[in-house]
Design a protein around this ligand. Sequence first.
Ligand code: CP
Length: 309
Amino acid sequence: MRPMHHIISTKEYTREMLDEILDLAEKLEPIAGKKIKSEIMDGKILALLFFEPSTRTRMSFEAAMLRLGGKTLNMGSVEASSIAKGETLSDTIRVISQYADAVILRHPREGAALMASECSSIPVINGGDGAGHHPTQTLLDLYTIRRESRLDNLSIALVGDLKYGRTIHSLCYALSRYNAKINLVSPPELRLPDRIVEDLRMRDIDVNITNNIEDVIEDIDVLYMTRIQRERFPDPAEFNSISDSLRVTCDLIQNAKPNLKIMHPLPRVNEIAPELDATPHAAYFKQAFYGVPVRMAILCKVLGMEDKI
Ligand code: CP
């Protein structure tokens, strides 16, 4: 297997590279599921640098490292660090490179992870950079689809804020490696950026754009919901009408395929009715669990440990 130094974006990943990580995650799943113990990361330290809130990305990386026998070093809140005194991201990364073996970075600025990788002597993993990319989320999304549905020739609907949703941007590129049919469901003001639609069409991907989930619900294998961000709408009435129209309920999926899976990177607000949680369609909490084996696999790749598994 080839070493992967930094994980910044999955845009250029080949199918072979994606499958390597998914295969590794499958091997690691019993450790994530507490069935087997491991010490393969004994002596290794992962630094956690989060400039934005996070529950899943931060804690699943931490769980992954701890269950593999490694340790974590958390910078804590920005206010409690020297960033509050004006220290730059590049200086912070240079210093942390001397304390840890790899770093996971979440930052509000698009391109921050790439910039950090250019001044880091240890692997940088992008945990989300503004409206840019969220590659580790994409890898766990692919893993969830592989485990709960099928990756090849999948028909998927991506729903919600497709304009600013970094999760969606990363996922589109990765799905193009599996010949997926991609249905883009959003209000016109939150459409996927044209440059990404063009990239997908250049890759011969069948892209269908609509405003309504009803238009596609009968055809899809996976319904991938995302949160619409209230703060982007100056008029609350407009937000309410859009968020209600992009909500999945038991009624909405009556004509769906019996094995339809509903996914969501979480956190959700009201995009998915809670009565769906107990149905076999709900895959979003399993998706959050799959973050642990996938992030274990990513850590093994960047730290060159995959041959020890
Ligand atoms: N899906 C995701 O990135 O969740 P967090 O913001 O909680 O990390």
